[in-house]
Ligand binder design. Structure first.
Ligand code: NBP
Length: 479
């Protein structure tokens, strides 16, 4: 039998992607380094569609229609290179190799260039939605050549999540564009999760709500403008009771957040491109801080407000839960605004010509950050494709301006009670910095010129200037 597509790497993600393809009527060739996985898939799920199990790379390649389409779904990094090296000698010009793992976009650029030399198409495709998404419809962010998308697109669009009938898959742009967008997606995910976690901490710390009550608050929020997958699952996690102890599940889990590295990549890339993605950075550092057990132990007990004291908690306004909803919404807009600015910067740097409205559209379903308000983001970029910031656009501008009093009140309550809210605080600082008439960066320029003769520009005339601080500060040279 000839298969229309092949999947190699049949751990949880690859297996479910293969099943999804087969369920949609595509004949799928299967290969995995350890043959047992291939055998298990066919034994357990063989009835779901047409599979061609193979047990060597040669057999796998021979089972595919030409031009061949191979999806690699193995551990990112060296394993991906090993698999590419194993298959490329067996392929022919025009064949398409897809890396659907979580590769760094720079690796994807390198691999794409190398395979292009050999006449092969290499497609770095971001896939979001976890194992459930892979099976029932992920959000797919493929990069690579136009012509590779012409043959792969219909398959991907077939298995992707659908929103209002539209597939959550689009050709993002050349070479590493797809994996870049997936990276920023994960960065926004970090930020969103941190903001939700801070909301929980505030409702508990300031109002004394129990997790089950907070679950109800999140459920209510989920029926409004915050409607999103992450808010929905947060309510479920908070409502869950640990069967062993009868305690709220959230209280029996160690409070050290882990990470696999995509948040770090997003922050590193943000620094390299000079894009202030402060929300994503704080969220990444917050996870890292939580994991520093020794540091936290050494500092535990440092003086601070006693948030359990009635005198302290009593001063929290009645509107506090609503205020947190507003602060969460506004901070979330900042997170997405920063993430989209990073995509804009990456697109300009690498010449990808990414359509931001299309990115917002394919994040509306299937992926972890799917949210109702991505519809509004899509509309904002459809109306103005080069929008400088979402914060200043139509509805978002109004919503954030309307929320800002509540946002300030939440951040000041958090400061007063000693509840750490790095996500809310940095988002508000970003908002205030962007809207400021003047920033103290002028003083920083003065300091730099003083100690390093780094020069400064003036507000009243063109050119670069240096003041001779040590010799005679009255003397300014144009340089
Ligand atoms: P893993 O990331 O755990 O990788 C396991 C697979 O890689 C197995 O098929 C394994 O083969 C294969 N593999 C390894 Br490890 N080294 C290999 C090598 N040198 N040669 C050939 N095959 C090798 O699987 P996963 O959790 O299914 O994730 C797959 C990809 O999808 C990753 O890049 C991941 O970052 C990405 N992703 C995961 C999720 C998620 O929710 N898990 C979501 C989105 C994206 P073996 O069976 O022989 O050991």
């Amino acid at each position: 039998a000839q298969a229309s597509i092949g999947v190699t790497g049949l751990a949880v993600m690859g297996r479910n992607l293969a099943r999804n393809l087969a369920r949609h009527g595509h004949t799928v060739a299967l290969y995995n380094r350890t043959g047992q996985r291939t055998q298990d898939l066919v034994e357990q799920f063989g009835s779901e569609g047409e599979f061609v199990p193979t047990y060597s790379p040669q057999e796998f390649v021979a089972a595919l229609e030409r031009p061949r389409k191979i999806i690699i779904m193995v551990k990112a990094g060296a394993p991906t290179d090993a698999v590419i090296d194993e298959f490329t000698p067996l392929l022919e010009p025009g064949d398409i190799v897809v890396d659907a793992g979580n590769a760094h976009f720079a690796d994807t650029r390198r691999r794409e260039a190398a395979l292009r030399e050999r006449g092969l198409h290499f497609v770095g495709a971001g896939v979001s939605g976890g194992e459930e998404g892979a099976l029932h419809g992920p959000s797919i962010m493929p990069g690579g050549s136009e012509s590779s998308y012409a043959s792969l697109g219909p398959l991907f669009e077939d298995i992707a999540a659908k929103v209002d009938g539209a597939p959550c898959c689009t050709h993002v742009g050349p070479d590493g564009a797809g994996h870049f967008v997936k990276m920023v997606h994960n960065g926004i995910e970090y930020s969103d999760m941190q903001l939700i976690a801070e909301s929980f901490d505030l409702l508990r710390g300031a109002l004394g709500y129990e997790p089950a009550q907070i679950a109800e608050v999140f459920r209510t929020w989920n029926s409004g403008r915050l409607d999103s997958y992450l808010i929905e699952i947060t309510a479920e996690v908070l409502a869950h009771t640990d069967p062993a102890t009868g305690k709220p599940f959230v209280d029996i889990v160690a409070d050290q957040a882990e990470q696999k590295g995509t948040g770090r990549w997003t922050v590193q890339t943000g620094l390299e491109l000079g894009v202030p993605i402060t929300g994503i950075a704080e969220a990444t550092f917050a996870r890292s801080l939580s994991g520093h057990v020794d540091l936290r132990r050494a500092a535990r007990g440092l003086a601070g407000p006693d948030r359990t004291a009635p005198s302290v908690r009593g001063s929290v306004p009645d509107s506090f839960a609503d205020d947190v909803e507003q602060a969460l919404y506004a901070s979330k807009v900042v997170a997405y605004a920063q993430g989209f600015n990073q995509i804009q910067a990456g697109s300009a740097e690498y010449g990808w010509n990414i359509d931001l409205g299309a990115v917002a559209a394919i994040w509306r379903g299937g992926c972890i950050i799917r949210a109702k308000f991505l519809d509004d983001i899509r509309a904002a970029y459809r109306a103005e494709s080069t929008l400088p910031t979402l914060l200043a656009s139509g509805e978002f501008r109004t919503a954030v301006e309307d929320a800002q009093d509540a946002w300030r009140s939440v951040v000041s309550t958090a400061v007063r009670l000693g509840i750490p809210t790095p996500g809310f605080s940095t988002a508000l600082a970003y908002y205030d910095a962007l809207r400021a008439e003047r920033l103290p960066a002028s003083l920083i320029q003065g300091q730099r010129d003083y100690f390093g003769a780094h020069t400064y520009r003036r507000v009243d005339r063109a050119g670069s200037f240096h003041t001779t601080w040590a010799d005679d500060p009255r003397v300014e040279h144009e340089v």
